[in-house]
Design a protein around this ligand. Structure first.
Ligand code: KG4
Ligand code: ZN
Length: 352
């Protein structure tokens, strides 16, 4: 291994996936896109399935059980010995407090024991950095970044990997959360996104005309609660007590119309952010990026607007530790965390 390379161990426990990854990249002050040597994720989907969403207490307990085996697996798969790790990165915000604390505690202990720097990573900046990891030869920045997952629906201006500014986000549910809740309402499985997508294929996206909040509003803002209520009323009537068991045709039409409304909003707000800022590149992160209809429509928008679009492969779109490779940019900027650093549950908003 040449002297100027640095091995990074990255840890991710912001929500319900325990992730560990090993990367190799330029040692500071050099700057460059690192290479992923291994990336392992232990999913908790089976634990949360019966509740139709992530239960925070269950998530943190599962992280405690899984983080060591996952780190071990990632090290083994990379062929790197723990003693060769030159820095430890961990996502410290935003996320579920209990989950974040497990990852941060593990990372602190490792960094201390190994005598290497600890780097605190912003989970949303990391989601967008996944675009750079996936397309190492491309200039991804400056760009508009959209993170659209079970926990987030936010648009950013990203001038560089660690220079992002929030343009706006959801004032209630995240888009993925809305997919999960509507799937549960329609009697479909968890996670809801892939299920809605599956049944929507046989449905008519114009069967119901659902609300698209803030569609014609200058502000970059999202809201999915009105849409959720509209689907509930369409299914059960205004008093919420209608037909108990809808036909498969009704479920397919509701799913297709709901999906179309979410996609309309995501695409329109992305276009608005691009036009308002004049930026010509866009990066996307988060599990909802798996949605086939969303991909089709956002790609069409990118062509119409003449912008470059970066969507990483799914393993880098959903929660993973490899995107903690953004730590190389932080190291190069001298941003090393103290060992008494804490987690932050919420988004860091402009002016705070
Ligand atoms: O990024 P992610 O794996 O985890 C976090 O939420 O952080 O995203 C999971 C979310 C879930 O809400 C899931 O329903 C949604 O992404 N999702 C989808 C699809 N696949 C996953 N939503 C719409 N269409 C999909 N095909
Ligand atoms: Zn995430």
């Amino acid at each position: 291994m040449p002297d100027r390379r640095l091995i990074l161990l990255a840890i991710e426990t912001t929500c319900d996936e325990t992730g560990a990854a090993v990367l190799e990249g330029p040692a500071p002050p050099d700057l460059g896109v690192p290479r992923i040597l291994s990336s392992k994720v232990s999913s908790q989907i089976d634990l949360h399935e019966r509740y139709g969403g992530v239960v925070p207490e269950i998530a943190s307990r599962a992280h405690v059980r899984h983080f060591l085996p996952v780190i071990d697996e990632a090290l083994k798969a990379s062929g790197v010995a723990i003693g060769d790790v030159g820095a430890v990165a961990v996502a410290t915000r935003p996320g579920l407090v209990g989950s974040l604390v497990v990852g941060l505690t593990a990372a602190k202990a490792l960094a201390f024991a190994l005598g290497v720097p600890l780097i605190a990573v912003d989970h949303l900046e990391a989601h967008l950095y996944a675009c750079q990891l996936a397309f190492p030869e491309a200039s991804v920045y400056p760009c508009i970044g959209l993170v659209v997952s079970g926990g987030h629906t936010s648009l950013f201006v990203c001038r560089g990997p660690i220079e992002s500014e929030l343009l706006g986000g959801t004032i209630d549910d995240a888009a993925g959360e809305a997919f999960d809740k509507i799937a549960s309402l329609l009697g479909l499985g968890y996670p809801g996104g892939p299920e809605i997508q599956r049944v929507a294929q046989g449905g008519n996206p114009r069967a119901y005309s659902f609300p698209r909040s803030f569609l014609h509003d200058d502000r970059i803002q999202f809201s999915f609660s009105g849409l959720k209520t509209a689907v509930l009323y369409a299914l059960r009537g205004q008093d919420g007590r209608g037909a108990e068991k809808p036909t498969p045709e009704v479920v397919a039409d509701l799913a297709a119309s709901f999906q179309e409304a979410v996609v309309d909003i995501l695409v329109a707000k992305s276009r608005q952010a691009l036009r308002q800022t004049g930026l010509k590149r866009m990066g996307i992160g988060g599990g909802v990026a798996a949605n086939a209809r969303f991909r089709e429509r956002i790609q069409a928008m990118a062509r119409e607007e003449g912008i470059e679009l970066f969507i990483p492969p799914m393993s880098l779109c959903t929660d993973n530790a490899a995107m903690g490779g953004i730590a190389y940019a932080k190291l190069a900027a001298g941003q090393v965390a103290e060992l008494d650093i804490d987690v932050t549950a919420g988004l860091i908003r402009p002016g705070r």
